[in-house]
Ligand binder design. Structure first.
Ligand code: GDP
Ligand code: IMO
Ligand code: MG
Length: 430
């Protein structure tokens, strides 16, 4: 029996959805523990592509339970659209396949307005959020004035909380942000329609997972965003508003850390980032454009072009430490196939100093210049290889070097978006 956490080891979009879909075969329950529909997790099965924003990436497997833990923030409108879309494709027919914890905080219409208007007002200082209301919802959660999923299902409670909150929100929206105020009646009516449809999904995640573990089931925890977007350990303030690192799986579901057996960090064979903030190995040139084109690097949630750059070992080592990674899953290896030679950043140059540790101070990080090691490319198509052993020697060298630089084993190599383009070297559930 093994309980496994999957987290992003970079700035998001590492291919978590694909790896979770692969690992679901070995688990009984798949659990989201933080973030909301700022996430966009892509699964490709055969020639069918599915992008999930809230529902765990195990949903395409029959008989597996998909769980949304208390640490998630949930937009009920988006959630219902996602359920409807999946049901139209023949998935999620049984409501018992999906469970939402009562303590999940709801994204309200005012959160989205505040997120978008604040970004607009910030101009050049904007964070580049997804505009989904994530930050303002977590703010209210921590300020102890959030509306939770369980409140939605009690009309009187929901009405009372909304009546208490909305005047202050409207004051801020109108007076400070210069936007139109919201109607309490309209929000109430809209959300009561959601409540009726969502009632069947209410559950208590912590005791459920405890029982499932005691019954000998394997649990798979699915992180969203990436370690460098973590509210505490990321490139603050250019981060998201939740604990994206592995520890978030415990607080975000209500299970103790000793129940976790393996923590797998997903890393692309290069790096991408969407939104603002420092990115030491960013390639703002033709090479960056080639990476973007070869990797199809456009956001799964907002469609924004992703910034691209060479693999950054300094940043990856940070993710190994903050998550306690027991394995790395290396994705998009096939994207590097066209390059004659590759670069990997193994340290930063900061003035006269050589830094091997990721700086916490953003002013320092902004000034860091990557120190590169050049590596031979392979220039062979690796998309349809059946086993790790068949990979060109240069690919294996690349993997060996990553293991040596990070001190962490590479347990999976992905060579394409599909399920059958996955080379498992060591299975964390075994
Ligand atoms: P997530 O947010 O971490 O789940 O990642 P996204 O779904 O946002 O972005 C990853 C993109 O890369 C998706 O379009 C995937 O279908 C695709 N992908 C995942 N693994 C591979 C791979 O090994 N090779 C290629 N070419 N594409 C991949
Ligand atoms: P997945 O799960 C990549 C980024 C945004 C922005 C910052 C804050 O698909 O990897 P937010 O809307 O969360 O307040 O935005 O975080 N961001 C992501 N970048 N992948 C994601 O999710 C992201 N979710 C948020 O672009 O820079
Ligand atoms: Mg994504």
């Amino acid at each position: 029996m093994a309980n496994v956490i999957v987290v992003g080891a970079q700035w998001g979009d590492e291919g978590k959805g694909k790896v979770v879909d692969i690992y679901t075969e070995y688990a009984q329950d798949v659990v989201r523990f933080q973030g909301g529909n700022n996430a966009g997790h892509t699964l490709v099965v055969g020639d069918q592509k599915t992008v999930l924003h809230l529902i765990p990436s195990g949903v395409l497997h029959e008989g597996k339970r998909c769980i949304i833990g208390n640490g998630v923030v949930l937009d009920p409108k988006v959630f219902l659209e996602e359920i409807d879309g999946l049901q139209r494709k023949g998935f999620l027919k049984d409501p018992a396949q999906l469970m939402v914890d009562g303590a999940v905080n709801l994204i309200m219409p005012y959160h989205k307005i505040i997120d978008i208007a604040r970004e607009r007002k910030s101009g050049a200082k904007k964070i580049g959020t997804t505009g989904r209301g994530i930050g303002p919802t977590y703010e209210d959660k921590v300020a102890r004035r959030g509306i939770r999923f369980a409140d939605l299902l009690k009309p009187e409670t929901f009405k009372r909380k909304l009546a208490e909150l909305l005047p202050e929100k409207n004051f801020y929206i109108e007076q400070y942000l210069g936007e139109k105020p919201l109607s309490e009646e309209e929000i109430f009516e809209e959300y009561m329609v959601y409540a009726e449809r969502l009632r069947c999904y209410l559950g208590r995640v912590s005791p459920y997972l405890d029982q499932s573990m005691k019954a000998g089931h394997n649990i798979l925890f699915e992180g969203a965003q990436g370690s460098l977007l973590d509210i505490d350990h990321g490139t603050y303030p250019y981060v998201t508003s939740s604990s994206t690192i592995a520890a978030g799986a415990c607080t975000g579901t209500g299970i103790g850390p000793h129940r976790i057996d393996e923590v797998i960090g997903i890393s692309k064979a290069y790096v991408t980032r969407v939104g603002e903030g420092p990115f030491p190995t960013e390639l703002d040139d033709e090479m960056g454009e080639r990476l973007r084109t070869a990797g199809g690097e456009f956001g799964a949630t907002t469609g924004r072009p992703r910034r691209t750059g060479w693999l950054d070992i300094v940043a990856l080592r940070e993710a190994v430490r903050t998550n306690g990674l027991t394995g790395i899953a290396l994705t998009k290896m096939d994207v590097l196939s066209e390059f004659e030679s590759l670069k990997v950043c193994t340290a930063y140059r900061y003035g006269e100093q050589l830094l091997e540790e990721f700086p916490q101070d953003l002013d320092v990080l902004q000034e860091c210049k990557p120190v590169y090691e050049e590596i031979a490319g392979w220039q062979k198509d690796i998309c349809s290889l059946g086993s790790y052993a068949d990979l060109p020697v240069q690919v294996k060298d690349y993997v060996d070097k990553i293991e040596a630089w990070t001190g962490c084993p590479v347990v999976l190599v992905s060579v394409g978006p599909r399920r059958d383009q996955t080379l498992i070297r060591s299975n964390p559930f075994a």
